[in-house]
Design a protein around this ligand. Structure first.
Ligand code: ADP
Length: 284
């Protein structure tokens, strides 16, 4: 597949212009300008309720903005057909649910819907895309098992496989690692980074884990009260000052001596916790 085939020179393929969006006339995202950088992993962070999902849904065309517009390859996304968009943009919402009894292979095959028409049913190309997606997401071993029988991490990889089978080069994911073991979260994030860096895909991911976001993002975007307040590389954005003003979190930002990555360590105000640490660190 040729990536970025439709990108106008010098412009990101997906961008929101002055987006105001919300529910029942109540805006929760306010006049947001947002460009999703091509071929990179952008992570969207912010406190609960700051509007991350709402912004993602607006960019994904699931929610119509009250004001502003989303442009995909220069065309207003809310004016395009679902199938047309789904050939370019894969979206994994928060906590997706599958029809009862559906197998892994059947779920992943749903990702091929934008490529099918009345006169073009299932083809070898669809079969190849489904097999490739299951192999990449490492779910081929349980292809014929019902989704409901799998663990949370396995199930999440199946959803990712479904998005991969769609073969879009833009992928938006809302909290794809929630409730997963740390090892499974890391595996998933490594997969997403490979998709961007090795396959030229563009990813926008809402993530709640600050340290994992700082470790894996090319670009970190921080939201608060429905507005983007910081955006840039983790080196520039992941600072103690920004964590304080965006998350009301007192934390030290330190560097992992092995990887050089930035990490935040919450400052402890509980005397009991501080005492435990002092005891643990005291010379023998
Ligand atoms: P985040 O993803 O940062 O946690 P959300 O975008 O989910 O934030 O929510 C922003 C605000 O919008 C919250 O106050 C939330 O209660 C509200 N909200 C989210 N989804 C809906 C909905 N479907 N209907 C009404 N209000 C909603």
């Amino acid at each position: 597949m040729t990536l970025h085939a439709h990108a106008p020179a010098g412009a990101e393929r997906l961008r929101g212009e002055c987006l105001t969006a919300g529910y029942d006339e109540r805006p929760v995202v306010h006049e947001v300008d947002f460009r999703v950088p091509d071929g990179q992993v952008t992570m969207l962070l912010g406190p609960n309720g700051s509007g991350k999902s709402t912004l993602l849904k607006t960019l994904a065309r699931t929610l119509a903005p009250a004001q502003g517009r989303v442009l995909l390859d220069g065309t207003a996304i809310h004016r395009s057909s679902t199938r047309e968009i789904a050939r370019k943009l894969g979206v994994l919402p928060q906590g997706p649910s599958a029809p009862e009894g559906v197998t892994v292979r059947e779920l992943v095959a749903l990702g091929r819907f934008p490529h099918q028409h009345l006169w073009r049913q299932w083809t070898r190309e669809d079969e190849r895309a489904v097999n490739d997606a299951m192999a990449t997401a490492n779910v081929a071993a349980f292809a014929d098992r019902p989704i409901d029988d799998l663990s949370g991490g396995q199930r999440q990889r199946c959803w990712i496989a479904m998005i991969l089978a769609q073969e879009t080069d833009l992928i938006l994911l809302d909290e794809p690692t929630t409730f997963l073991d740390l090892k499974v979260q890391v595996d998933l994030l490594e997969l997403l980074v490979r998709l961007a860096h090795d396959n030229g895909r563009t990813l926008l991911v809402v993530l709640h884990d600050l340290n994992l976001a700082a470790a894996y993002a090319d670009v970190l975007v921080m939201m608060r009260n429905g507005r983007i307040v910081h955006s840039g590389t983790p080196e520039t954005v992941f600072t103690a000052g920004n964590l304080r003003t965006v998350f009301d979190l007192e934390a030290n930002v330190i560097r992992d001596p092995h990887s050089g990555r930035l990490l935040c360590v919450p400052a402890l105000s509980s005397p009991a916790a501080s005492r435990r640490i002092e005891t643990a660190c005291a010379p023998a």
